[in-house]
Design a protein around this ligand. Sequence first.
Ligand SMILES: C[S@@+](CC[C@H](N)C(=O)[O-])C[C@H]1O[C@@H](n2cnc3c(N)ncnc32)[C@H](O)[C@@H]1O
Length: 204
Amino acid sequence: MCDFSSCLFDVAMKPLEALRLTERRRQLLGSASGRVLEVGAGTGANLPHFRYEHIADLTVTDIEVRPRLQHRVRWTAAAAGLNPARLAVREAPAERLPFEDASFDCVVATLVFCTVSDQQAGLSEVRRVLKPGGTLLFMEHVRPPQPVPAKLFAVLNPAWGLVSGGCNLTRNTLAGLRQAGLPPRLYGTFAGGIFTYGIAPKPA
Ligand SMILES: C[S@@+](CC[C@H](N)C(=O)[O-])C[C@H]1O[C@@H](n2cnc3c(N)ncnc32)[C@H](O)[C@@H]1O
């Protein structure tokens, strides 16, 4: 995505953000603390919602780091009065995170595991880099729970993938989390169960 596309993405997301997402981001990210990693940070929509007084350092990653993310990171560090060393940006795919085992207290992923090509590999990497007792904070859209919307989404999925840069409407990410050894505890769902958010702790 070029920076113009990043701006378009933010504009397209505005109605959704206003409806529910921003409020949920704030609720979810308020508990991020210690050494924190964000995967698939996109345009940096989560950056305003961290409580930096609880965060030792934050590393934001994406498979493609856009200028808009770099800019927002610099702006956030300046606005929060953070030493820039506490807020780093790395280009990295979720499936191959360039970090040691058990490096982070908290990993954040919002609207990412619908797009990561190998979801299971990405979730296994999240588990690997989390410390025992550490927590994934997630918000994802998933396959609709009702049979009729689920069928409709399955039909739309190939075309949607083409226009959205590989996003999938049919993933069972909660099952993926369980399979990766990160049993999810839901804070809630919205939009008819299509969006789900909560925490997934790595057992101590
Ligand atoms: C829909 S955007 C979500 C961005 C942001 N997390 C948010 O909540 O607005 C999905 C992001 O996942 C990133 N992404 C896609 N595949 C990825 C992968 N394999 N590893 C890391 N990030 C990936 C994309 O580049 C994009 O920035």
